[in-house]
Design a binder for this molecule. Structure first.
Ligand SMILES: Nc1ncnc2c1ncn2[C@@H]1O[C@H](COP(=O)(O)OP(=O)(O)OP(=O)(O)O)[C@@H](O)[C@H]1O
Ligand SMILES: [Mg+2]
Length: 251
């Protein structure tokens, strides 16, 4: 994924200004910065929820700004949200299966006719959804209603849903926020696991610097919509500009 000079304005407010960054294939890039720095807005630009005022965004060889946002999943993009939005009255498995939308062949017509190839594809994605839930320690919850489960588990369900689309680029917005210590450890293990077994590039927004240090190859620091620095997690942690940006930010 490559962003070149991406700017985003709402009225007179500059949310992002000339942000250029690259996530190398197969790596984990951390996107950090104080509250209001523009991290979620940057994700919203990549996923087509926001339209940048200028600049370009490429996912491999796809020009993301030239593709309808509903088609970006087919181009390999998946994301999770800072505030998970699940179908609360549906089961965990049903929530995860929503991630397969871009993978099922044909359209609604072939689904309602339940053609053999559709049934086979359905069976495959159900099995894969179960496998993902097992991998992330949620196999036991597959048939539970989402609203019976904790916030931390909702984050895990979202991750499974995102992975079911077999993304080549995965955007995670504060995946560790609100997790218990044990859940944070499990999340770190899950990311290491995913790197081993899936061909996926990950960009992760996270305030938990322990998580950033544990899972990222590089870190991009953003403050007030602009790049502050780029380097390793260790370099970011020791950079006085980064320390100052965090301390100077409103709580
Ligand atoms: N739709 C919008 N309309 C107007 N301003 C917006 C909009 N979306 C974001 N902003 C503004 O952009 C700035 C950056 O917000 P953003 O949510 O991207 O920050 P963030 O880095 O994700 O912060 P946090 O760490 O708190 O999640 C904020 O000042 C916010 O108010
Ligand atoms: Mg945010």
């Amino acid at each position: 994924m490559t962003l070149t000079d991406v700017s985003l304005r709402f009225g007179g407010i500059h949310v992002l200004e000339d942000v250029s960054l690259e996530a190398e294939p197969g790596t984990v890039l951390g996107l950090v910065g104080p509250n209001g720095a523009g991290k979620t807005s940057l994700f919203n630009c990549i996923s087509g929820h926001y339209r940048p005022s200028s600049g370009s965004i490429r996912l491999d060889d796809v020009d993301a700004l030239a593709v309808r946002s509903s088609r970006l999943a087919e181009a390999g993009l998946a994301r999770t949200f800072q505030h998970p939005a699940l179908q609360l009255d549906a089961t965990v498995l049903e929530n995860v299966l929503l991630g397969a939308h871009s993978r099922l062949p044909g359209g609604p017509v072939s689904w309602s006719l339940r053609l053999p190839k559709t049934r086979r594809a359905e069976r495959e994605v159900r099995q894969e959804a179960h496998d993902l839930l097992e991998r992330f320690g949620l196999g036991w919850a597959a048939t539970r209603r989402a609203d019976e489960l904790s916030h931390g588990l909702h984050k895990g369900i979202e991750l499974c849903r995102a992975m079911l689309s077999r993304p080549t680029l995965l955007l995670l917005d504060e995946p560790a926020a609100g997790l218990s210590h044990g859940e944070v450890e499990q999340f770190i293990d899950s990311v290491r696991d995913m790197r081993k077994d899936f061909d996926v590039t990950i960009v992760v927004v996270e305030h938990h610097m322990g998580v950033i240090a544990a899972i990222t190859d590089r870190v991009f620091v953003i403050n007030q919509g602009r790049e502050l620095m780029e380097g390793t997690a260790e370099e970011a942690r020791n950079d006085p500009r980064v320390v100052e940006a965090y301390l100077g930010a409103p709580a």
